[in-house]
Write a protein of this length. Structure first.
Length: 188
């Protein structure tokens, strides 16, 4: 995870090995391709997109923008129905990276909440293709702020190239605070 002028690396790798991989003074190195590739290899992980993973779609990681906001009181302002056992592919992906995933459906989209890195509240939204471009993503991102406990921070990860999501989360009151790469082992 990188923030302005510093990074935090959570790994079971030897700290000396980690330091040896990172050039002094290069603030971008922890999320650079050279270091991430070395960390994949050292940790016994399958590098993204190399085709050896059990499910390549789930092993292709990116460096995501890290966004932060806080909870809001009151109703979400959007009609949501909590889904007991959803089968949406986005839900399966969320369960790979988060604990206690909860899902709400709206007409044309879903909002997911779960506990991610260090137990933090994390959100993801998905808008059906025929409903995109009409503000539903922003409404879902805003609704999530009402679904977490009062005073709780809420985090989101967005691929830098996903301009529609960036605009939606910005409009819903989230602010970019850093970047992160989440490296996982491939599914068996």
């Amino acid at each position: 995870i990188s923030f302005t002028a510093h990074s935090v690396i959570f790994t079971d790798a030897d700290p000396g090995w980690v330091r040896a991989q990172l050039p002094d003074g290069d603030l971008g190195a922890p999320l650079g391709s050279r270091f991430l590739q070395a960390l994949y290899t050292q940790g016994g992980r399958t590098p993204p997109g190399d085709g050896r993973a059990a499910d390549p779609a789930r092993s292709s990681h990116t460096v995501d923008m890290l966004w932060l906001t806080e909870s809001l009181p009151g109703s979400p302002g959007l009609r949501l129905t909590q889904a007991a056992n959803p089968s949406h592919p986005r839900v399966a992906l969320a369960r790979r990276y988060r604990d206690n995933v909860m899902v709400w459906a709206a007409d044309g989209g879903i909002v997911l909440l779960g506990r991610g890195v260090a137990g933090r509240w994390e959100v993801a939204v998905e808008v059906e293709p025929d409903r995109r471009g009409r503000g539903l993503g922003r409404q879902l991102a805003a609704a999530a702020r009402h679904l977490i406990p009062a005073g709780a921070p809420l985090w989101a990860q967005i691929a830098p190239g996903n301009a529609a999501s960036i605009r939606a989360f910005l409009a819903a009151g989230y602010l970019p605070v850093g970047a992160e790469a989440l490296l996982t082992r491939p599914l068996p």
